[in-house]
Design a protein around this ligand. Structure first.
Ligand SMILES: *Cc1c(COP(=O)(O)O)cnc(C)c1O
Length: 233
């Protein structure tokens, strides 16, 4: 099997899973955008994905993402939307906004001004990452649900950022559907205050069905499309 065949098979399987999950949730398949997470995989794989009709790719580490986006542009892979889905350091935020079209991981006000400064003249779409972990858990990423209002206000006030919605990761050690049910409730309340910000980025290789059942509009899928990530990182 060529790499292209491998990726095409993974992609077809994931698209089928998304279609089936949408059907059982009574939602049109077009409701869910597949973001293929290409971290640790080479730019050549991104080129194959684009050739297979993928429009959205995600990365979680700034240096790798920046280099890969540049390499793709240099080799004529055009028209992709680049999503930054990883933890964001304040001192990298402006640089991320220079190539990312969508940033999923905004969880503190300090990032907002830096992203806005780095965006240049083009709009950058922003999702607020909300934590589904209990407060105080180690390695917790994402804002407390109670802080979303202030964060949303900061994004709305920024010149080059567009508030699009929320993002979350299901906590380890918990049934994803239980975590995503909490997320759906948080999102309901959020959308009432910000009707234009109705994207919900949730669901990965292992839990995309549960996320789509809970209303996800963007699934971030790596392994199920591209295979296991190379262990040398
Ligand atoms: C790596 C990553 C994914 C994709 O995970 P898979 O289990 O490989 O599908 C999704 N979201 C984020 C934030 C990630 O870092």
């Amino acid at each position: 099997m060529t790499r292209r065949d491998e990726i095409a098979a993974g992609l077809a399987a994931v698209r089928e899973r998304i279609a089936a999950a949408c059907a059982s949730a009574g939602r049109p398949t077009g409701d869910v955008t597949l973001v293929v997470v290409t971290k640790y995989f080479p730019a050549s794989d991104v080129g194959i994905l684009a050739d297979l009709g993928v429009t959205d790719v995600g990365e979680n580490r700034h240096q790798e993402a920046e280099a890969k986006a540049q390499e793709c542009a240099d080799s004529g892979v055009a028209g992709l939307r680049w999503h930054f889905v990883g933890g964001l350091q304040s001192n990298k935020a402006a640089a991320v906004a220079a190539y990312a079209d969508v940033v999923h991981s905004v969880d503190r006000v300090k990032l907002v001004e830096r992203l806005d400064a780095g965006a240049g003249d083009r709009p950058v779409d922003v999702l607020l990452q909300v934590s589904l972990d209990p407060p105080g858990r180690d390695g917790r990423a994402g804002a407390d649900p109670g802080d979303l209002g202030a964060l949303a206000a900061a994004v709305t006030a920024a010149d080059h950022l567009r508030l699009r919605g929320l993002m979350a990761v299901a906590p380890l050690g918990e049934e994803p559907s239980a975590a995503f049910a909490r997320l759906a409730a948080i999102r309901n309340e959020f959308v009432t205050a910000h009707p234009e910000a109705d994207w919900l980025s949730a669901g990965m290789s292992g839990d995309l069905e549960a996320a789509i059942a809970a209303g996800a509009t963007h699934a971030r899928v790596g392994t199920a499309v591209l295979g296991s990530r190379p262990s040398v990182q």
